[in-house]
Write a protein that binds this ligand. Structure first.
Ligand code: AMP
Ligand code: ZN
Length: 130
C-alpha cells in the first residue's frame, strides 16, 4: 500500500525503533506508548485488520509475543503481564493490521473508559447474542 505508514516502516522508508524481526513480522516501539515498552507487532505484508489478516500471521504473532517478546519485557523492564489488543474499523488509526503489546506494571493506571450509561443489562444482551 503506497500511503501506508507501516508499509513504509517495513520497507525502511520511514524510521522505527525495531526490537524484533523475522520473515513474517516486524516488532516496533509504539511512538506514543501507553506504558514503557509498548510494542506493535506488524506483519510484513499489508493486511487491513484482524478480519483480513492471514491465519498464519495471527498464529505466528501470538507465538512470538508469548515466547520471545514477553520474556524480554519481563526480564528487561520488569513488567508483570501484557495487555494484547487490536483495533479495527471503529477506532483503528493505522489501517495495517497490528497487535498492541502493552506491558503492565503495578499501578500503571492503564484503563479502558466505558460509558456505563450506554449499557443494557446482561440478560438483554445475552438474548440478542443467542
Ligand atoms: P491503532 O490503529 O488505533 O491501533 O493505533 C495505531 C498506533 O500506532 C498508535 O498507538 C500510534 O501511537 C502508533 N503509531 C503511529 N505512527 C507510528 C510510527 N510512525 N511509529 C510507531 N508507532 C506509531
Ligand atoms: Zn501497510
Amino acid at each position: 500500500m503506497n500511503d501506508c505508514i507501516f508499509c513504509k516502516i517495513i520497507k525502511g522508508e520511514l524510521p522505527s525503533k525495531t526490537i524484533y524481526e523475522d520473515e513474517l513480522i516486524k516488532v516496533i516501539m509504539n511512538i506514543n506508548p501507553s506504558t514503557n515498552g509498548h510494542l506493535l507487532v506488524l506483519p510484513k505484508e499489508h493486511y487491513v485488520d484482524i478480519f483480513d489478516v492471514d491465519e498464519k500471521i495471527i498464529n505466528h504473532s501470538f507465538k512470538v509475543i508469548r515466547d520471545t517478546l514477553y520474556p524480554i519485557l519481563k526480564d528487561k523492564l520488569g513488567c508483570e503481564g501484557v495487555t494484547l489488543s487490536e483495533n479495527n474499523l471503529l477506532g483503528q488509526e493505522v489501517h495495517h493490521f497490528h497487535i498492541h503489546v502493552t506491558p503492565r506494571y503495578q499501578n500503571d493506571l492503564v484503563d479502558f473508559n466505558y460509558n456505563k450509561e450506554l449499557l443494557e443489562d446482561l440478560d438483554t444482551v445475552l438474548e440478542k447474542l443467542q
